[in-house]
Write a protein that binds this ligand. Structure first.
Ligand code: PLP
Length: 228
């Protein structure tokens, strides 16, 4: 299938899943994950209506950035503090903030270019040792510790279901993350808006949307299999 066909199918699936959860397609943001995808194919996706791109490596985002117009960039992969400077002037949303130190570095770099950087906090909802993200029980402490930073704005949460999770397991994890978001939102911390719930990839985005996700990150489902 072509990129155009894939995007059409993904959009249909998003619309159906949104409907099943009492929402509409316009409530869900699609981020096309472009890691390892070349510029020509990225621009093809944009010509098919894609508006947001996700990269997991700062260097790769920085390299592609000058060659792509009319899209916003999302940093979705693990971010080391010493790499923040590569993307601070490029990323519209950083999904993968998983420590106070990283949040402070983003704040510092954003301040230097007069920007307020939108971020999500990555939650390790399943407690898997191999995955990045903070424990759900640490979220409130982290928010208390970073809410005074003036050049970041916490816009929500991001999570990844573990590889090989059953549908029931993934549903539980996604529902728990949604509850966490709603809970924190109700507490009205300073600088925290908690509107974005980034969960769902090619194999589980329909389920994630049913569980409250409003931003899905889809690579393979749009561009086909990556060769790595
Ligand atoms: C690669 C990646 C995706 C997309 O994965 P697919 O299975 O190809 O859709 C989503 N989120 C993150 C954080 C990723 O690294």
């Amino acid at each position: 299938m072509s990129i155009r066909d894939n995007i059409e199918l993904v959009n249909e699936n998003i619309a159906k899943a949104a409907e099943r959860s009492g929402r509409s397609a316009s409530d869900i943001t699609l981020v096309a994950v472009t890691k390892t995808v070349d510029i020509a194919r990225i621009n093809e996706a944009i010509s098919c209506g894609v508006k947001a791109l996700g990269e997991n490596k700062p260097q790769e985002m920085a390299e592609k950035f000058p060659f792509v117009q009319n899209a916003s960039w999302h940093m979705i992969g693990h971010l080391q503090r010493n790499k923040v400077r590569h993307i601070i002037d490029k990323a519209d949303l950083i999904h993968s903030v998983d420590s106070e130190k990283l949040a402070a570095e983003i704040d510092k770099r954003a301040k230097a270019i007069n920007k307020v950087q939108d971020i999500l906090i990555q939650i390790n909802i399943s407690g898997e040792a191999t995955k990045f993200g903070i424990s759900p029980t640490y979220l409130e402490t982290m928010i208390e510790n970073i809410q005074s930073l003036q050049n970041i704005r916490v816009c929500g949460l991001m999570t990844i279901a573990p590889l090989g999770a059953t549908e029931t397991q993934a549903r539980n994890l996604f529902e728990n993350c949604n509850k966490l978001l709603i809970d924190i939102r109700s507490k009205k911390y300073h600088n925290i808006c908690m509107e974005i719930l980034s969960m769902g990839m090619s194999n589980d985005y329909r389920l994630a949307i049913e569980c409250g996700s409003n931003l899905v990150r889809i690579g393979t489902g749009i561009f086909g299999k990556r060769n790595y």
